[in-house]
Write a protein that binds this ligand. Structure first.
Ligand code: ASP
Ligand code: MG
Length: 429
């Protein structure tokens, strides 16, 4: 929500029917980015710039409030709410920076957006209750949310407000295992929504953005794309993972676990069908291609791998030690290639892999993923795929790991060409 008008529209959407609902809000557009900036400035010890940035953000909110609510007493109420959060940020300026403090700073966006929305709902006479996410949303010591404790705490809270039809809560923020304020990583409001939908066995989890659902290809790269009407949870998970920006990568599992359909809808066209994600895939065949940049390929060649057992385990243990997840794997009898998307420990990983054989590193790669239902078993998909890409120097192919996915590795400089060729070759667009 970038503008007050968007909040007004969200209020209309909530009131379209009388079904009970829990509304999960993200921060106002741009706020979390600004809070990250403030945090970074404080981490660097640049208090003056942090103070300026806090001041500018406060001014932005004051302007927002003037257009959000019209009654002077509500404007005053909203200003007081916001003042409290900016006071907190200004106090933080004087405290020495820590990771816990960083999380507190990042939480301010959702705390403010939900409170402002609540003031607006009250102004237009919509009965509702504000649910504090920090009282029920939690992650464990591995930074993973667990459905059971969330469900228990959420139901306790909901029980206290029997008869209320509309609840508003914060996306993204949660408490960690130490009881501190934490978050579900950037874009995490989707994850909150999916967790809540699963925890209370909702009939549907609707994700409202300003895009009309998931598209078959990246609209920033190719000229023509179409929205996908139906996807299975597995297909959506593959796509979210491989960079379809519309969904938080891990947000599918809770809804999938409890079999709650997820709808991706567009606030700009509220009546458009969008994309529905359900257990069933709807149809067989290729549904989308997606790409993920910034990939590093690592190839380990060793004649000792020939007929040896335990070789892969030793290789994988190195990645595990450095908490670096592997995306793609291909093997031959004497070599194994893997890709990673985080270079943080690349140096250490390579140093520890070297005793196993000859290690080659190729940075600047892109994973291009073809996602669909049973595509691995669908006639001609492979043939069309390779026919389309005869001019692209593909360096890895991963096929057979899942019936819903075929992944290719190409140099980043070939990404645009690859996505364009696949758009015409696989979709005729
Ligand atoms: N406000 C958070 C972010 O910008 C969460 C979200 O928008 O989903 O990452
Ligand atoms: Mg979002």
């Amino acid at each position: 929500m970038g503008k007050p008008e968007r909040m007004h529209e969200v209020a209309k959407l909530i009131n379209r029917d009388s079904e009970p609902k829990i509304v999960v809000l993200s921060a106002l557009s741009g706020t979390t980015n600004t809070l990250v900036q403030i945090s970074d400035l404080l981490a660097k010890g640049d208090r003056d710039s942090a103070k300026d940035t806090i001041h500018q953000l406060h001014q932005h909110y004051l302007g927002f409030i003037n257009q959000l609510v019209s009654k002077p007493e509500n404007q005053e109420k909203a200003r007081l709410i916001i003042a409290e959060h900016f006071e907190f940020l200004n106090i933080i300026l004087r405290i020495s920076f820590s990771e816990a403090l960083n999380k507190d700073i990042l939480a301010q966006g959702e705390l403010m957006s939900t409170k402002l929305f609540s003031v607006y709902l009250s102004e237009i006479g919509v009965q509702h209750e504000l649910l504090p996410a920090l009282e029920f949303m939690s992650i464990d010591a591995n930074e993973e949310p667990q459905l059971l404790p969330i469900r228990t705490k959420l139901n306790d809270l909901l029980d206290k407000h029997k008869g209320t039809g509309i609840f508003v809560t914060q996306g993204y923020i949660c408490k960690n295992a130490k009881g501190e304020v934490d978050n579900l990583k950037r874009g995490g409001s989707d994850y909150t929504a999916s967790l809540i939908a699963a925890a209370c066995n909702a009939s549907v989890c609707e994700i409202w953005t300003d895009i009309d659902g998931m598209h078959n290809n990246d609209p920033r790269v190719v000229n023509k794309t179409v929205a996908i009407e139906q996807l299975s949870f597995d297909e959506a998970a593959e796509l979210a993972y491989f960079g379809a920006k519309i969904l938080h990568p891990t947000c599918i599992w809770p809804a999938q676990q409890e079999n709650v359909p997820v709808k991706l809808l567009n606030t700009m066209q509220p009546d458009a069908v969008g994309t529905v994600i359900t257990k069933e895939a709807g149809s067989v065949g290729v549904k989308a291609v997606a790409a993920k940049d910034g990939i590093t390929a690592i190839k380990i060649k060793s004649s000792r791998m020939l007929l040896a057992y335990g070789f892969l385990r030793k290789v994988f243990e190195v990645f595990e030690k450095y908490k670096t997840s592997i995306d793609m794997i291909t093997t031959s009898e004497v070599a194994v290639s893997v890709t990673i998307d985080s270079d943080t420990f690349l140096h250490e990983i390579v140093r520890e892999l070297e005793p196993f054989g000859n290690v080659e590193v190729e940075k600047g790669q892109t994973i291009v993923s073809i996602v669909g239902n049973e595509i691995a078993q669908t006639d001609y998909v492979l043939q069309k795929l390779f026919d389309s890409l005869s001019e692209v120097p593909t360096t890895m192919v991963s096929y057979g790991g899942s019936p819903h996915n075929i992944s290719l590795l190409v140099p980043q400089s070939y990404k645009t060409k690859t996505l364009q060729l696949l758009n015409s070759g696989l979709f005729g667009l």
